[in-house]
Design a protein around this ligand. Structure first.
Ligand SMILES: *Cc1c(COP(=O)(O)O)cnc(C)c1O
Length: 395
Protein backbone atom coordinates (compact mmCIF):
# COMPACT_ATOMS: atom_id res chain seq x y z
CA UNK A 1 0.00 0.00 0.00
CA UNK A 2 1.22 3.46 -0.97
CA UNK A 3 1.51 5.82 1.96
CA UNK A 4 -0.10 9.25 1.70
CA UNK A 5 1.81 12.10 0.07
CA UNK A 6 2.08 13.82 3.42
CA UNK A 7 4.14 10.89 4.67
CA UNK A 8 6.18 10.66 1.50
CA UNK A 9 6.88 14.37 1.68
CA UNK A 10 8.29 14.27 5.19
CA UNK A 11 11.89 15.45 5.01
CA UNK A 12 14.40 12.62 4.93
CA UNK A 13 15.67 11.65 8.35
CA UNK A 14 18.96 13.51 8.26
CA UNK A 15 20.57 11.83 11.19
CA UNK A 16 20.18 8.28 9.87
CA UNK A 17 23.79 8.10 8.73
CA UNK A 18 25.17 9.50 11.97
CA UNK A 19 22.87 7.23 13.98
CA UNK A 20 24.33 4.26 12.13
CA UNK A 21 27.84 5.43 12.97
CA UNK A 22 26.85 5.90 16.62
CA UNK A 23 25.41 2.39 16.78
CA UNK A 24 28.58 0.99 15.20
CA UNK A 25 30.88 2.85 17.59
CA UNK A 26 28.82 1.73 20.58
CA UNK A 27 28.90 -1.87 19.37
CA UNK A 28 32.70 -1.56 19.18
CA UNK A 29 32.72 -0.51 22.83
CA UNK A 30 33.44 3.20 22.30
CA UNK A 31 32.26 5.37 25.20
CA UNK A 32 30.18 7.89 23.27
CA UNK A 33 29.54 11.31 24.82
CA UNK A 34 26.25 12.50 23.39
CA UNK A 35 25.72 16.25 23.28
CA UNK A 36 22.90 15.80 20.81
CA UNK A 37 19.59 15.59 22.64
CA UNK A 38 17.79 18.65 23.95
CA UNK A 39 16.16 16.74 26.78
CA UNK A 40 16.82 17.88 30.38
CA UNK A 41 18.83 15.22 32.26
CA UNK A 42 17.75 16.18 35.78
CA UNK A 43 14.59 14.76 37.40
CA UNK A 44 11.33 16.64 37.74
CA UNK A 45 11.29 18.42 41.15
CA UNK A 46 9.90 16.14 43.87
CA UNK A 47 6.93 18.30 44.86
CA UNK A 48 5.64 18.13 41.28
CA UNK A 49 5.98 14.33 41.19
CA UNK A 50 4.07 14.18 44.49
CA UNK A 51 1.37 16.34 42.95
CA UNK A 52 0.86 13.68 40.29
CA UNK A 53 0.88 10.86 42.85
CA UNK A 54 -1.81 12.49 44.96
CA UNK A 55 -3.98 13.41 41.98
CA UNK A 56 -3.65 9.98 40.37
CA UNK A 57 -5.05 8.38 43.55
CA UNK A 58 -8.29 10.30 43.06
CA UNK A 59 -10.68 8.37 40.79
CA UNK A 60 -12.11 11.67 39.54
CA UNK A 61 -8.93 12.08 37.49
CA UNK A 62 -9.43 8.71 35.79
CA UNK A 63 -12.19 9.76 33.43
CA UNK A 64 -11.89 11.83 30.25
CA UNK A 65 -10.32 15.18 31.03
CA UNK A 66 -11.88 18.55 30.22
CA UNK A 67 -10.77 18.89 26.60
CA UNK A 68 -9.43 22.45 26.80
CA UNK A 69 -7.75 21.85 30.17
CA UNK A 70 -9.12 22.03 33.70
CA UNK A 71 -10.13 25.49 34.80
CA UNK A 72 -7.69 25.14 37.71
CA UNK A 73 -4.78 24.50 35.33
CA UNK A 74 -5.74 27.38 33.07
CA UNK A 75 -6.08 29.64 36.11
CA UNK A 76 -2.60 28.57 37.22
CA UNK A 77 -1.27 29.50 33.77
CA UNK A 78 -3.02 32.89 33.92
CA UNK A 79 -1.59 33.50 37.40
CA UNK A 80 1.87 32.56 36.19
CA UNK A 81 1.71 35.04 33.27
CA UNK A 82 0.46 37.74 35.61
CA UNK A 83 3.23 37.15 38.17
CA UNK A 84 6.14 36.59 35.81
CA UNK A 85 5.29 38.91 32.89
CA UNK A 86 2.51 41.24 34.02
CA UNK A 87 0.30 39.79 31.25
CA UNK A 88 -3.43 39.47 31.92
CA UNK A 89 -5.23 36.53 30.37
CA UNK A 90 -8.75 35.19 30.69
CA UNK A 91 -8.27 31.55 31.69
CA UNK A 92 -11.54 30.52 30.04
CA UNK A 93 -11.20 32.05 26.58
CA UNK A 94 -7.50 32.84 26.17
CA UNK A 95 -5.73 29.66 27.33
CA UNK A 96 -5.88 26.04 26.17
CA UNK A 97 -3.92 23.13 27.64
CA UNK A 98 -1.77 21.10 25.22
CA UNK A 99 -0.26 17.62 25.25
CA UNK A 100 3.14 19.31 25.20
CA UNK A 101 3.55 22.43 23.10
CA UNK A 102 4.70 20.37 20.10
CA UNK A 103 1.17 19.01 19.84
CA UNK A 104 -0.33 22.49 19.50
CA UNK A 105 2.44 23.65 17.16
CA UNK A 106 1.73 20.69 14.88
CA UNK A 107 -2.06 21.22 14.96
CA UNK A 108 -2.35 25.00 14.62
CA UNK A 109 -1.93 24.86 10.83
CA UNK A 110 -5.08 22.69 10.60
CA UNK A 111 -6.98 25.71 11.97
CA UNK A 112 -5.87 28.26 9.38
CA UNK A 113 -4.08 26.66 6.46
CA UNK A 114 -5.88 25.43 3.37
CA UNK A 115 -4.02 23.51 0.65
CA UNK A 116 -1.57 25.85 -1.07
CA UNK A 117 -1.54 28.46 1.71
CA UNK A 118 1.75 29.78 2.99
CA UNK A 119 3.28 29.86 6.47
CA UNK A 120 6.37 31.87 7.34
CA UNK A 121 8.89 29.61 9.05
CA UNK A 122 12.30 30.35 10.57
CA UNK A 123 15.27 28.50 9.07
CA UNK A 124 17.00 27.01 11.01
CA UNK A 125 14.03 26.06 13.16
CA UNK A 126 12.21 23.45 15.16
CA UNK A 127 10.97 20.90 12.57
CA UNK A 128 7.33 20.78 13.80
CA UNK A 129 6.61 24.24 12.28
CA UNK A 130 7.15 23.03 8.72
CA UNK A 131 5.82 19.49 9.12
CA UNK A 132 2.60 20.83 10.68
CA UNK A 133 2.32 23.22 7.74
CA UNK A 134 2.86 20.40 5.24
CA UNK A 135 0.35 18.08 6.95
CA UNK A 136 -2.28 20.80 6.46
CA UNK A 137 -1.38 21.00 2.76
CA UNK A 138 0.41 24.32 3.17
CA UNK A 139 3.78 25.55 1.97
CA UNK A 140 6.63 26.88 4.08
CA UNK A 141 8.27 30.15 3.14
CA UNK A 142 11.59 30.06 4.94
CA UNK A 143 12.82 33.13 6.80
CA UNK A 144 16.61 32.82 7.09
CA UNK A 145 18.12 33.31 10.54
CA UNK A 146 21.69 34.48 10.05
CA UNK A 147 24.42 35.53 12.47
CA UNK A 148 24.74 38.97 10.87
CA UNK A 149 21.18 39.74 11.94
CA UNK A 150 21.48 38.14 15.39
CA UNK A 151 19.38 35.22 14.12
CA UNK A 152 16.28 37.41 13.80
CA UNK A 153 14.37 37.17 10.50
CA UNK A 154 14.46 40.21 8.22
CA UNK A 155 10.77 41.02 7.74
CA UNK A 156 11.56 43.68 5.16
CA UNK A 157 12.81 41.13 2.61
CA UNK A 158 9.68 38.96 2.69
CA UNK A 159 8.07 39.63 -0.71
CA UNK A 160 4.79 41.55 -0.56
CA UNK A 161 2.82 38.86 -2.41
CA UNK A 162 4.15 36.13 -0.09
CA UNK A 163 3.26 38.18 2.99
CA UNK A 164 -0.22 38.78 1.59
CA UNK A 165 -0.82 35.06 1.15
CA UNK A 166 0.75 34.04 4.46
CA UNK A 167 -1.49 32.70 7.21
CA UNK A 168 0.85 31.97 10.12
CA UNK A 169 4.27 33.18 11.16
CA UNK A 170 6.21 30.92 13.52
CA UNK A 171 8.82 32.48 15.79
CA UNK A 172 10.82 31.02 18.66
CA UNK A 173 12.80 33.13 21.16
CA UNK A 174 14.87 32.23 23.06
CA UNK A 175 15.68 30.20 19.97
CA UNK A 176 16.34 26.55 19.35
CA UNK A 177 18.85 25.84 17.81
CA UNK A 178 20.72 29.17 17.72
CA UNK A 179 20.35 30.26 21.37
CA UNK A 180 19.42 33.74 20.11
CA UNK A 181 17.07 36.05 22.00
CA UNK A 182 14.73 38.73 20.64
CA UNK A 183 14.66 42.39 21.71
CA UNK A 184 11.39 44.21 22.26
CA UNK A 185 11.75 46.26 19.08
CA UNK A 186 11.79 43.11 16.98
CA UNK A 187 8.56 41.84 18.51
CA UNK A 188 6.99 45.28 17.96
CA UNK A 189 7.93 45.09 14.28
CA UNK A 190 6.38 41.61 14.15
CA UNK A 191 3.09 42.90 15.57
CA UNK A 192 2.99 45.72 13.00
CA UNK A 193 3.84 43.33 10.16
CA UNK A 194 1.19 40.84 11.27
CA UNK A 195 -1.41 43.61 11.43
CA UNK A 196 -0.51 44.92 7.99
CA UNK A 197 -0.76 41.53 6.31
CA UNK A 198 -3.36 39.85 8.53
CA UNK A 199 -1.00 37.11 9.69
CA UNK A 200 -1.34 35.12 12.89
CA UNK A 201 1.86 35.07 14.93
CA UNK A 202 2.65 31.81 16.71
CA UNK A 203 5.43 32.46 19.18
CA UNK A 204 7.08 29.39 20.68
CA UNK A 205 8.38 30.36 24.13
CA UNK A 206 9.56 26.92 25.30
CA UNK A 207 12.83 28.41 26.63
CA UNK A 208 11.55 31.64 28.18
CA UNK A 209 12.57 30.52 31.69
CA UNK A 210 15.93 29.03 30.69
CA UNK A 211 17.83 32.31 30.77
CA UNK A 212 21.07 33.17 32.49
CA UNK A 213 22.43 35.75 34.89
CA UNK A 214 19.83 38.50 35.22
CA UNK A 215 18.43 38.18 31.72
CA UNK A 216 14.69 37.43 31.56
CA UNK A 217 13.26 36.96 28.04
CA UNK A 218 10.10 38.82 27.09
CA UNK A 219 6.87 37.03 26.48
CA UNK A 220 5.47 37.93 23.06
CA UNK A 221 2.21 38.66 24.89
CA UNK A 222 3.90 41.54 26.75
CA UNK A 223 4.06 43.48 23.49
CA UNK A 224 1.30 45.99 22.88
CA UNK A 225 -1.21 44.58 20.41
CA UNK A 226 0.26 41.05 20.52
CA UNK A 227 -3.01 39.52 21.65
CA UNK A 228 -4.73 41.00 18.58
CA UNK A 229 -2.43 39.15 16.21
CA UNK A 230 -1.23 35.99 17.84
CA UNK A 231 -0.65 33.38 20.47
CA UNK A 232 2.23 32.04 22.49
CA UNK A 233 3.04 28.36 22.88
CA UNK A 234 4.49 27.36 26.18
CA UNK A 235 5.62 24.24 27.89
CA UNK A 236 6.57 22.86 31.27
CA UNK A 237 9.11 20.62 29.56
CA UNK A 238 12.26 22.70 29.86
CA UNK A 239 11.38 24.87 32.87
CA UNK A 240 10.60 21.96 35.20
CA UNK A 241 12.39 19.00 33.54
CA UNK A 242 9.04 17.59 32.43
CA UNK A 243 9.61 16.57 28.81
CA UNK A 244 8.18 13.10 29.47
CA UNK A 245 4.98 14.38 31.05
CA UNK A 246 3.54 16.06 27.93
CA UNK A 247 2.07 19.26 29.29
CA UNK A 248 2.02 22.68 27.69
CA UNK A 249 -0.39 25.40 26.68
CA UNK A 250 -1.23 28.04 24.12
CA UNK A 251 -2.31 31.52 25.27
CA UNK A 252 -3.36 34.72 23.57
CA UNK A 253 -5.87 35.69 20.92
CA UNK A 254 -9.19 34.14 21.84
CA UNK A 255 -10.32 33.36 18.31
CA UNK A 256 -7.10 31.46 17.65
CA UNK A 257 -7.33 29.66 21.00
CA UNK A 258 -10.93 28.70 20.24
CA UNK A 259 -9.97 27.37 16.80
CA UNK A 260 -7.10 25.34 18.23
CA UNK A 261 -9.31 23.91 20.98
CA UNK A 262 -11.94 22.98 18.38
CA UNK A 263 -9.46 21.13 16.15
CA UNK A 264 -7.97 19.38 19.18
CA UNK A 265 -11.34 18.26 20.51
CA UNK A 266 -11.73 16.35 17.25
CA UNK A 267 -8.32 14.68 17.48
CA UNK A 268 -7.32 14.12 21.09
CA UNK A 269 -9.25 14.31 24.33
CA UNK A 270 -6.92 16.44 26.36
CA UNK A 271 -4.22 15.93 28.98
CA UNK A 272 -4.58 13.41 31.87
CA UNK A 273 -6.16 15.45 34.66
CA UNK A 274 -3.59 14.26 37.22
CA UNK A 275 -0.78 15.56 35.00
CA UNK A 276 -2.52 18.93 34.91
CA UNK A 277 -2.67 18.85 38.73
CA UNK A 278 1.09 18.29 38.77
CA UNK A 279 1.40 21.22 36.36
CA UNK A 280 -0.46 23.42 38.84
CA UNK A 281 2.06 22.36 41.53
CA UNK A 282 4.85 23.32 39.13
CA UNK A 283 3.46 26.76 38.30
CA UNK A 284 2.19 27.69 41.77
CA UNK A 285 4.74 25.88 43.94
CA UNK A 286 8.25 26.90 45.01
CA UNK A 287 10.39 28.12 42.11
CA UNK A 288 13.85 27.45 43.58
CA UNK A 289 14.28 24.49 41.19
CA UNK A 290 14.01 26.95 38.29
CA UNK A 291 16.82 29.10 39.67
CA UNK A 292 18.94 25.98 40.26
CA UNK A 293 18.24 24.84 36.68
CA UNK A 294 19.47 28.21 35.33
CA UNK A 295 22.70 27.99 37.34
CA UNK A 296 23.28 24.40 36.25
CA UNK A 297 22.99 25.17 32.52
CA UNK A 298 24.96 28.42 32.85
CA UNK A 299 27.87 26.50 34.38
CA UNK A 300 27.78 23.89 31.61
CA UNK A 301 27.47 26.60 28.96
CA UNK A 302 30.59 28.30 30.31
CA UNK A 303 32.58 25.07 30.09
CA UNK A 304 31.47 24.50 26.49
CA UNK A 305 32.06 28.07 25.32
CA UNK A 306 35.39 28.49 27.10
CA UNK A 307 36.51 25.07 25.83
CA UNK A 308 35.61 25.90 22.24
CA UNK A 309 37.27 29.32 22.53
CA UNK A 310 40.46 27.60 23.66
CA UNK A 311 40.19 25.48 20.51
CA UNK A 312 40.01 28.51 18.25
CA UNK A 313 36.29 29.24 18.09
CA UNK A 314 35.08 32.82 18.41
CA UNK A 315 31.85 32.52 20.33
CA UNK A 316 29.56 34.61 22.48
CA UNK A 317 27.95 32.96 25.46
CA UNK A 318 24.26 32.39 24.74
CA UNK A 319 22.01 34.30 27.15
CA UNK A 320 19.34 31.60 27.16
CA UNK A 321 18.38 28.03 26.09
CA UNK A 322 20.10 24.70 26.64
CA UNK A 323 22.19 24.99 23.48
CA UNK A 324 25.45 26.32 22.14
CA UNK A 325 25.30 26.99 18.41
CA UNK A 326 28.76 27.08 16.89
CA UNK A 327 30.07 27.41 13.33
CA UNK A 328 31.74 24.38 11.76
CA UNK A 329 35.35 24.93 10.70
CA UNK A 330 35.81 26.26 7.16
CA UNK A 331 35.64 23.54 4.51
CA UNK A 332 33.16 21.28 6.29
CA UNK A 333 29.45 20.77 5.93
CA UNK A 334 27.69 20.37 9.25
CA UNK A 335 27.21 16.65 8.62
CA UNK A 336 30.87 16.12 7.77
CA UNK A 337 31.97 17.91 10.90
CA UNK A 338 29.54 16.01 13.13
CA UNK A 339 30.87 12.76 11.62
CA UNK A 340 34.44 13.87 12.27
CA UNK A 341 33.69 14.57 15.95
CA UNK A 342 32.06 11.19 16.28
CA UNK A 343 34.82 9.25 14.57
CA UNK A 344 37.83 11.09 16.00
CA UNK A 345 36.53 11.93 19.47
CA UNK A 346 33.46 9.79 20.17
CA UNK A 347 31.46 12.98 20.68
CA UNK A 348 27.96 13.39 19.25
CA UNK A 349 26.70 16.85 18.26
CA UNK A 350 23.74 17.75 16.07
CA UNK A 351 24.58 18.96 12.55
CA UNK A 352 22.85 22.27 11.85
CA UNK A 353 21.40 21.07 8.54
CA UNK A 354 18.88 19.10 10.60
CA UNK A 355 17.14 22.43 11.33
CA UNK A 356 17.14 23.75 7.77
CA UNK A 357 19.51 24.80 5.01
CA UNK A 358 20.62 27.94 6.87
CA UNK A 359 21.74 25.72 9.71
CA UNK A 360 24.31 23.99 7.56
CA UNK A 361 27.32 26.04 8.60
CA UNK A 362 26.76 25.15 12.26
CA UNK A 363 26.51 22.42 14.84
CA UNK A 364 24.48 22.37 18.04
CA UNK A 365 25.75 21.27 21.42
CA UNK A 366 23.13 20.44 24.03
CA UNK A 367 23.83 21.22 27.69
CA UNK A 368 21.82 18.26 28.96
CA UNK A 369 24.76 16.23 30.30
CA UNK A 370 26.88 16.49 33.47
CA UNK A 371 29.70 19.01 33.45
CA UNK A 372 32.23 16.18 33.92
CA UNK A 373 31.11 14.66 30.62
CA UNK A 374 31.21 18.06 28.92
CA UNK A 375 34.75 18.59 30.21
CA UNK A 376 35.68 15.13 28.96
CA UNK A 377 34.23 15.94 25.53
CA UNK A 378 36.31 19.11 25.29
CA UNK A 379 39.42 17.15 26.35
CA UNK A 380 38.75 14.62 23.62
CA UNK A 381 38.53 17.36 20.99
CA UNK A 382 41.89 18.69 22.22
CA UNK A 383 43.43 15.23 22.11
CA UNK A 384 42.09 14.61 18.61
CA UNK A 385 43.60 17.89 17.41
CA UNK A 386 40.23 19.28 16.40
CA UNK A 387 40.28 23.06 16.29
CA UNK A 388 38.18 25.67 14.55
CA UNK A 389 41.13 26.62 12.38
CA UNK A 390 42.31 23.08 11.68
CA UNK A 391 43.24 22.64 8.06
CA UNK A 392 40.80 20.06 6.80
CA UNK A 393 43.48 18.34 4.69
CA UNK A 394 45.69 17.87 7.72
CA UNK A 395 43.24 15.61 9.45
C1 LIG B 1 11.62 21.48 23.54
C2 LIG B 1 10.90 22.41 22.60
C3 LIG B 1 9.52 22.56 22.70
C4 LIG B 1 8.74 21.88 23.80
O1 LIG B 1 8.08 20.80 23.34
P1 LIG B 1 7.05 20.05 24.29
O2 LIG B 1 6.17 19.39 23.30
O3 LIG B 1 6.33 21.08 25.10
O4 LIG B 1 7.84 19.10 25.13
C5 LIG B 1 8.89 23.45 21.83
N1 LIG B 1 9.60 24.15 20.94
C6 LIG B 1 10.92 24.05 20.84
C7 LIG B 1 11.65 24.89 19.87
C8 LIG B 1 11.61 23.16 21.66
O5 LIG B 1 12.93 23.04 21.54
Amino acid sequence: MQSAKRIQELPPYLFAEIDKKIAKAKAAGVDIISLGMGDPDRPTPAHIVRGLQVAAEDPKTHRYPVYEGTLAFREAVAGWYERTRGVELDPVSEIVALIGSKEGIAHISLCYVDPGDINLIPDPGYPAYSTGTMFAGGKSYKMPLVAGRDFLPDLSVIPHDIAKQAKLMFLNYPNNPTGAVAPKGFFEDVVAFAREYDIIVCHDAAYSEVAFEDFRPLSFLEIEGAKDVGIEFHSLSKTYNMTGWRLGWAAGNKNVIEALARVKSNIDSGVFTAVQSAGIEALNGPQDSVEAMRKLYAERRDIVVEGLRYLGWELEKPRATIYVWAPVPPGYTSTEFASLLLEEAGVVVTPGIGYGQYGDGYFRISLCVDKERIEAAIERLKDAGIRYDTDRQAL
